[in-house]
Design a protein around this ligand. Structure first.
Ligand code: UN1
Length: 496
């Protein structure tokens, strides 16, 4: 009998007011039921926000270095439980163990960075234009922060929002993806064990259309951080705009890898296999377009096709598996729809293009790594995010054309160029319109201590983690102290 899980609200593990639950199943084996999780209602969310307001009163008064100490303990607990967490994550969302271990490591890195940030949270002290007057700024917590997070990085993404938010002194209401509720539960257990005041964190499971929406619309939640689709992001942004909330949006990508004719092709081959088919292509940063210089196009494509054909699909918890399943039936249906569209528009399926067969993949949402050749920059598969193991290959004639193709999409998350020409490498950093550009590495591999995010319709101008993540979760207070004992009028008395 599978376990029934609860929300964490007002310091207790509680059942949802609806009495309703949804099932969480292993995408590699749908017969494997992980548990039943609360299908909560806006009433549960309301209770969580009320408790988070109390949590904020208490937590925001703890000195930031002491808040950092709790983050360090959270990091230590994540280190202790790395294997157990990775196993639970692979079971509920399918990517291979090496990747879920990396996902836990990203949370650990973020925790230790946050711990040290508790002793910085720098403001500025600058000279005043007037005598005997100080001018300075410092960073203040904001209040209750609402987080809406996706399935593909079940630990890294919630923690890279939550840890900076907490160290800045905010309390948090987390609404995790319905596909990874178990990881979120294990994370909250760790926060409590590390000594976080119970009301500083609230966990409300349920559907985006109900509890996610209620969180975004709640008048007592002044900050929302969302990672997910561009369509949902538009709703979140519009709602927060109307309610004057601070909102950070991380949305889609259509990331390209450019391989020049002077590139180290072995290196580029390893890079594209990892970038396109790691996490079964379900990353915002996945390499979904491969731009090949015409002089190496045919030979590189041949080698890539052979290597992709050899990738082993299966349960991510088995060591020989290289590519896990998609997250659920609808996402596989979406991949199938796009492969059909590609064929209609004249692309050629070089590898994959169908479901795999065999006992190891019979019970999950598997789809074969797929390579589409002859794709034109304007084709739908070259413009729209698929979020699956589908790579569109586009031929180009020179670097300028590759830059134009890279930039000719509505998204702007990451890009990559493979070349031995240092001048071209630097031109790529300058000319590719993306938040992140890699030279001689694939479009994935962001590190937790650098800002993460994209331009155009990928984001709305904010960055996660690194030093910039802390700006989003705190408000700048500017302070002036005049110790002259007289009225000194800025802009007037000093220019009389
Ligand atoms: C995502 O693509 O959804 O850059 C996040 C990476 C990870 C984060 C990716 N560190 O590969």
């Amino acid at each position: 009998m599978a376990k029934t899980f609860k929300n964490f609200i007002a310091g207790d593990w509680v059942a949802p007011t609806t009495g309703a639950y949804f099932e969480n199943r292993n995408p590699a084996d749908r017969g494997d039921l992980i548990g039943r999780f609360p299908d909560s209602a806006p009433a549960d969310l309301d209770r969580a926000v009320a408790a988070a307001k109390r949590g904020f009163e208490r937590w925001s008064k703890v000195p930031a270095p002491a808040r950092g100490d709790i983050l360090r303990r959270i990091g230590d607990l994540l280190v202790d439980r790395k294997d157990r967490l990775a196993d639970a994550m692979t079971r509920e969302m399918g990517k291979v163990l090496a990747e879920t271990r990396g996902d836990v490591q990203e949370a650990i890195d973020t925790a230790y960075y946050a711990a040290s940030e508790g002793r910085r949270l720098f403001g500025h002290v600058v000279p005043s234009e007037l005598k005997r007057k100080w001018a300075m700024s410092y960073r203040r917590p904001i209040g209750v922060v609402g987080l809406v997070t996706p399935f593909n990085f079940p630990l890294a993404i919630p923690t890279w929002k939550m840890f900076p938010a907490l160290v800045c002194g905010n309390s948090v209401v987390l609404k995790p993806s319905e596909d990874v509720p178990h990881t979120a539960t294990l994370l909250v257990e760790i926060l409590l064990e590390a000594g976080l005041p119970a009301e500083a964190i609230q966990l409300v499971h349920g559907r985006g259309e109900t509890v996610g929406k209620a969180l975004v619309e709640h008048p007592d939640v002044p900050v929302i951080s969302f990672t997910g689709s561009t369509t949902t992001g538009a709703f979140v942004g519009e709602t927060c705009g109307k309610l004057h909330k601070r909102v950070s949006l991380e949305m889609g990508g259509k990331n390209a890898m450019i391989v020049m004719d002077d590139a180290d092709l072995d290196l580029a081959l390893d890079g594209v296999l990892w970038g396109a088919f790691g996490t079964t292509g379900q990353r915002c940063t996945a390499t979904s377009r491969l731009l090949l210089h015409r002089r190496i196009h045919d030979r590189f494509l041949r080698r890539l096709a052979e290597a992709a054909e050899d990738l082993t699909l299966g349960d991510g918890r088995e060591t020989r598996t290289q590519v896990g399943p998609l997250i659920h039936e609808e996402s596989r249906a979406k991949v199938e729809k796009y492969v059909a569209i590609a064929k209609d528009q004249g692309a050629e399926v070089v590898v994959g293009g169908k479901r795999p067969t065999g006992p190891r993949v019979r019970h999950g949402w598997f789809y074969r790594p797929t390579i589409l050749a002859g794709v034109r920059p304007g084709h739908r598969v070259a413009q729209e995010e698929i979020f699956g193991p589908v790579l569109s290959v586009i031929r180009f004639g020179n670097f300028d054309e590759a830059v134009r193709i890279n930039n000719g999409v509505k998204y702007g998350l990451s890009s990559s160029v493979y070349t031995r020409d240092v001048n071209l490498g630097f031109r790529a950093l300058e000319e590719l319109d993306n938040g992140i550009t890699y030279v001689n590495a694939p479009t994935i591999g962001a590190e937790a201590h650098l800002p993460f995010g994209g331009i155009k319709q990928t984001g709305n101008g904010h960055r996660e983690v690194g030093w910039e993540g802390y700006h989003f979760f705190s408000e700048t207070k500017v302070c002036y102290v005049d110790y002259s004992g007289t009225l000194q009028r800025a802009q007037i008395d000093n220019y009389e």
